[in-house]
Design a protein around this ligand. Structure first.
Ligand code: N01
Length: 529
């Protein structure tokens, strides 16, 4: 059985960054990665058109000035292959691979209370012990795969967008069906439409989307950003969502209709997600939200010529931002093509798969390839996949049966020496996640170094602290409109999942202040032994 001070689970953006941070603090660490490649979601989501909807300059690590200056992004919004190249470059550049074990899926982690160590077993039967277990398992990394009657008899191919095969999938001459119209489905639709003989998009819920305004990055823009990178990072760290956008100062209904329209129009054309902050109350006040929602519905509608289709493609059952919106590159326009068809499965649900395709209660859609772009068991799904056993034999799944409980989104009582990076209770999916990852990685590394220096062998979130923080997360969420929709923020994406709002909606800057206070108080809310 091998031993390390900290065992990091997952070699995505979080795991690599955590390894770097721990090394900087002189703490030994090993990363266990289930796949045969690093990269996490950027390794698995290789579907056509996959790209990040956060700008390249901001969806990148800030820990190394050299890295910032050396790396040249090619487009405003980075594609999946480019992000994966970046992650691999970072691993090589900082010699991270020597502490990464591939093909090592963690199946079980059991806390040994006598020794104050975690005993970890991988699918290959390898065993590790570690003083600390650090979970870097991602927020949207456990794919949700539906199963329909007759699916096993389908004669074509079924592909899951989040488990995309490494080989080239050729759509030429193929009849393709995409189930799901979240970011993944919306991104791949216009790309697949270009080569498929016929594409059917099966939509259950119409989604808000803004045009991506993607463009190649010129040398001038690259130089301009790199000359002022520190200021840009600072702005990002001090913005509510870690994207650099500051909320407008005036409330939506406090300006004239003309001013309102002009402000929304300006955001719409350039800001992507910044649109939600055009006015400070868009996600807080129902009337303000209705204004922004109506504006976007009009914009989306203008992109669809056919009135019947427009009615279906424009959302009508939730307000903008109450579910995760998309930033798309030609999704609505794709439906103007002769080879693209919308199947509204709210109106005509899928009944079954047949050997030739998918039958709804309206008709049979003949298909050669079906793509499940059906999303994830968000936030808790990946954390609950391994069997994690804390004090007195309690599993994490048992502990979180009614929803996740955390002290500051960092750790949970009954699971000593275990920490979670960018998971529930932290800004996580409501932020530019790389900002949240870096914040946690550095904070945990400093905490573990401090505990090591103080000779502390065991730390554990207190029940009182996790109750107070979890209540506070709920309270902050109640101040917003997030509760008005079913979403993967609140467990609405998986049948039977506890309906609890999971991420911290108070913003990254506010969250950092909580982290700072906790550290300043010698890690209050944790028992130390
Ligand atoms: O998943 P989603 P996603 N039958 O959960 C539908 C990040 N991301 O992979 O809404 C039929 O958003 C479901 O319908 P409904 C980003 O954070 C980022 O697209 O449940 N349909 C919905 O339409 C994003 O938000 C990027 O009614 C079913 C869709 O599948 C998050 O990942 C790119 C169904 C799932 O949408 C998730 O995005 C990609 C069923 N049984 C992803 N089950 C970028 O940075 C689910 N659906 C650009």
């Amino acid at each position: 059985m091998a031993h390390t001070e900290t065992l990091i689970v997952g070699a995505g953006l979080a795991g690599l960054r955590a390894l770097y941070a721990l090394r900087e603090q002189g703490i030994s660490a090993v990363v266990l990665e289930a796949s045969d490649e690093i990269g996490g979601v950027w390794n698995h989501n290789r579907y056509p058109g996959a790209r990040c909807d956060v700008e390249s300059f901001d969806y990148s690590y800030s820990f190394s000035k050299e890295l910032e200056q050396e790396w040249r992004w090619s487009e405003r919004y980075p594609t999946q292959p480019e992000i994966l190249r970046y992650i691999n470059h970072v691993a090589d550049r900082f010699d991270l691979r020597r502490d990464i074990v591939l093909n090592a899926r963690v199946e079980e982690a059991v806390y040994d209370e006598d020794q104050a160590v975690w005993e970890v077993t991988t699918s290959e039967g390898c065993r590790w012990t570690a003083n600390t277990l650090m979970l870097c398992l991602g927020q949207l990394s456990a794919p949700k795969i539906p199963s329909y009657p007759g699916q096993e008899d389908f004669g074509g191919e079924v592909i899951v967008s989040a488990m995309w095969p490494r080989r080239q999938v050729d759509f030429t001459g193929k009849r393709v069906g995409i189930i799901g119209t979240g970011s993944s489905g919306m991104q791949m639709t216009p790309v697949i439409a270009e080569t498929a003989a016929h594409l059917t998009v099966f939509q259950r819920t119409a989604n808000y989307s803004l045009p991506a305004a993607n463009a190649p990055l010129t040398d001038e823009e690259d130089a301009r950003v790199k000359a002022n990178y520190d200021a840009r990072r600072e702005q990002i760290r001090n913005s509510p969502t870690g994207l650099g956008f500051q909320p407008g100062k005036v409330k939506t209904l406090d300006v004239s209709t003309e001013e309102r329209e002009a402000a929304l129009e300006k955001s719409y054309h350039r800001l992507g997600f910044g649109f939600a902050l055009t006015f400070p109350d868009i996600l807080l006040d129902a009337k303000a939200n209705a204004v922004a929602s109506d504006f976007l519905k009009r914009k989306m509608g203008e992109r669809v010529a056919d009135p019947e289709l427009r009615k279906k493609l424009v959302p009508n059952d939730h307000g903008f931002g109450t579910r995760r919106p998309s930033v798309d590159g030609g999704y609505f326009e794709a439906f103007a093509r002769d080879n693209v068809e919308l199947a509204d499965i709210r109106e005509h649900p899928i009944v079954e798969f047949t050997p030739n395709g998918i039958r709804t209660d309206e008709k049979l859609h003949e298909l050669d390839i079906v793509i499940f772009a059906t999303g994830f068991d968000a936030l808790t799904g990946a954390l609950l996949r391994p069997r994690i056993v804390g004090r007195s034999g309690q599993t994490l799944a048992e502990k979180w049966a009614d929803g996740p409980l955390t002290q500051l989104g960092l750790a949970t009582a009954g699971f000593p020496n275990m920490v979670i990076v960018a998971g529930p209770g932290s800004p996580s999916v409501l932020s530019n996640v790389i900002v949240s990852i870096e914040e946690h990685a550095d904070w945990f590394a400093r905490m573990l170094a401090a505990f090591k220096a103080q000779g502390i062998a065991e730390f554990e979130a207190t029940k009182a602290a996790e109750r107070a923080w979890t209540d506070y997360v709920q309270q902050r969420a109640r101040e917003t409109l997030y509760g008005t929709a079913n979403s993967f923020y609140n467990g609405g994406e998986v049948k039977g999942k506890p309906r609890v709002f999971m991420p911290f909606s108070g913003g990254v800057r506010n969250y950092r202040q909580h982290l700072q206070k906790c550290a300043d108080e010698n890690y209050s809310g944790f028992e130390k032994r």
